[in-house]
Every structure is written in C-alpha cells, then in structure tokens.
Design a protein around this ligand. Sequence first.
Ligand SMILES: Nc1ncnc2c1ncn2[C@@H]1O[C@H](COP(=O)(O)OP(=O)(O)OP(=O)(O)O)[C@@H](O)[C@H]1O
Ligand SMILES: [Mg+2]
Length: 463
Amino acid sequence: MDSKSINILVIDDDPKVPWILSEGLGNGYSVDSVRDGKEGINKISQTPQSNRPELILLDIQMPGMNGIEVLEKLRGIDDKIDVIMLSGHGDTKNIVDSVKKGAAEFINKPFDVREVEIHIRSVLEKRRLKEELTELRKKLKESEKEVLIGDSPPMVEIKNIIEEVADSELTVLIRGESGTGKEIVARLIHLKSARNNAPFVKVNCAAIPRDLLEAELFGYEKGAFTGAHKTKPGRFEVANNGTMFLDEIGDMPMELQSKLLQVLEQQEFVRVGGINNIHVDVRIVCATNKNLDDAITEGLFRDDLFYRLNEITVNLPGLAGRRSDVPLLVDHFLDKYSILYKKERMELKSETIKQLQNFDWPGNVRQLENLIKQIVVRSDENIIYDTLKGPISGAGRKIPQVELSDGNFSMKKKVQETVSEVEKMMITQVLHKTNWNRRKAAKMLDISYRSLLYKIKEYKIID
Ligand SMILES: Nc1ncnc2c1ncn2[C@@H]1O[C@H](COP(=O)(O)OP(=O)(O)OP(=O)(O)O)[C@@H](O)[C@H]1O
Ligand SMILES: [Mg+2]
C-alpha cells in the first residue's frame, strides 16, 4: 500500500471537500473529483477496470442524483470498488440504506482529515484481507482437487516422497504407465512447494509438433520465422518462479534436449531468433511412460539430461500392482461423480467391488474412474460386466488368435472356426449378464430365440 499512491475519487457538489482531502491526505494519495453523481458514474464506467480508483468518497446530499442512488448505480457497474459515504446529516435511515447497498463506511461532515485517513486505511486493509482469504480459499480448493487416493504400501511410499521432495528444488522424474496418476503427483509436488503462488505450467512434449515445440517452450522473437509477427514469450517464461511440468519427456526431440539441459544447469535460454539470454527461475518436474533407459541405449535421449532430470524418481505402479487401493478409489470416484452429476450416492455390492479388485486394469486408474463415472451416470452397477468380461464394450477385449502352425491354410475353414469362437464367447457372456434369461439374451445378441437355443446346444454352453 505504501509503495504506490492510493487513487481516490471524490463525488461531492462541494468543491471544498476534494480540496481539503488532497491537501490533507498528502503524498500517498491521488485525489480526483467530480461535482455530481451522473458525472461520477460516467467516469467509472468509461475507465477500464484496472485503472479505476481503489476507493470512492461519496456525498449523500447532492442536487440531482443523491449519494444512495449513485451507490446503487455504481454497484451495477463495479461491485469491487470500496465506497465511503459522506454526509452532513448523519441520519440513521441514510446510514442503513447505504450499508444495505454496499457502502463500506460512513463519515459525518464536517470531518477531520486524519479521521478520514484512518477510515480509508481500515477499509483498504479489510479489502486486502478479504482478497487474501479468497485467494487462500481458491488454493485450498485446488489442493483438494488434487487428491492422491491409496493406502497400499507403494502409495504410502509415494506420498512420503512427495512430502519430502516438494519443498526441495530437486528435479523429479515421474514414471508409470498411462493413467496411473503421474499428473496428479506433479501437481501435488507444485502445490506443496513454496512455489505454489506462481504458475504450474504443463507442456506435453508428445502432443506438440516437433518444429513448434521449441517456440512453445522458449518463445520467439518477432520475425524469427514466417508468421512470427510479434515477440512471444515461451512457456518457460510463463512458469517463472513456478513449476514446469514436462509431460512425455521421452518424446522431446534430441535437438531440444541440449537447450533444456542449459535451462536446468544455468536457468537460462535464448528465444527462437533471439540473441539475449533470458533468465528464469523454474523448477522442473517431468513424466514419462516410456523406458528412458532404452531411449538412451538407442541414442534417442541424452544420458547427461537423463541424470539431471532424474534427481528423484517416483515410480507409479500400475493399478494391478496395488489392488488393495481399488475400494478406496471406487469410493472416491462414487463421491466425486455423484456430486458432479447430482446423483444419489450409490454403494456397490461387495461382490462387484471384488470383481473390480480382480480385474487387470490395462488403462489403470483412469479406466476405473471412467467406469465408475458411467455407473453413476447410468445408476447401474451391472455395466461393470461389459468392461470386466470382455468383448461387448471393448475394454479388455481379446482379438481372436488365428492358429496357422497346424499347416491348415484354408481360409474358409479358419474364418468359420474364428466366427464360432467369437459367437461362443459372446453368447456365454450375454447369458451370464442376463442371468441365463434366454429370451433377453437373444434380444441383446440380435438373433432369434430359436437360433440361440440351437447355438447353445451346438457350442455345448452350460449354465
Ligand atoms: N491415486 C489416485 N487418486 C485419485 N485419482 C487418481 C489417482 N490416480 C489417478 N487418478 C485419476 O485418474 C486419471 C488419470 O490420472 P493422470 O492424468 O494423473 O494419469 P497419467 O499417469 O498422467 O496418465 P497419462 O500417462 O495417460 O497421461 C485422472 O483423472 C486422475 O484424477
Ligand atoms: Mg498424464
């Protein structure tokens, strides 16, 4: 508050008031004034929000529009500026009215400038605290969004590592299959670090075309290439003082790896087409579902960069490697999606949970999350069988293998065998799903009841 002056707009028909204030308040304040309400409203509405005064001192008794009406109109344009009402007639009704309409304080005329200054300071301090509180609440909400569910031994270990490394400046490499929670871990490391007031910037190295990635990360100077009409700062500059999350780091092209190494070692880089070094203070967290050791052996990844990125490794096991977390995750996603879709909170049968626990989850937590989302949306837990049992929904589906080593290359025969195999598999699953209700099963399979009975017999499918 002390470093720059506080801008105040006085709306009062008495010219002595702004004069006394600008003389009396002194250096830390810049006082502007208008003589009537309409002019005041126009002034505010024509000024861009970022240039508006911090505070308005508003007289109640004015010819034309009175202070209460002005306040009301003002709130329609800007509900953030604090307003202190000035009145020569401190009647209760005016005080009540203006407070109801959002005035922060009330000062009686004639006033002592020192007293006005105390009021101004207190109003602005209250606002600062309010903004701070809003900011804290926002942060709390963000951190609540990032919850890492799981109390299996590997997850407990991972949570400990996050706590230990968050506040260090170490570069973290997060490894794990797709859908295991790499991004959540990266966000948690940022949120729990002292950098959490600055941005968390995510760049997916695999999603951005190679020739654009350098400009995206490091920015470019005007004229650096066709289409570079103006200078653009890169994501590293945006992430200054914060955390840069480089997702799919294994896909970073070799040419850019040396530039990244320079950022890591000197916290400096040059924009594309630029000559000056740009200094940034950025913590790097990266993730990969590739085996970087293989990439190094194949000459696709610099080993010096690997060692620099890999000061700490977090290895996220696949969901099948921590089955005991499944019930907790199920509960968490049931909560999350019933709130999101305003559905009644379901409880799954223990048999269903057991089935979920035994499944192999090739798509890991993301796949489980999507399944629970569908269950909540459709309020039907039986749809899990589509996922768990195979070919109907597609997840976990097996492609029939065609055996050729028996030396039989007759296509007609092979196709017939494969068709039979698929038919048998589908019928078995649909019968299971419908609890052996053959009419229902025939309907789902889109074949006649008769041919279903025939096929059950032919394929010797038994209950
Ligand atoms: N332990 C966990 N607790 C709660 N939610 C989780 C957990 N792990 C993963 N998720 C959820 O699963 C989804 C996938 O997680 P995330 O995006 O972090 O995976 P990823 O490892 O980055 O996957 P990819 O390699 O495909 O990018 C997200 O919606 C995330 O919220
Ligand atoms: Mg990810």
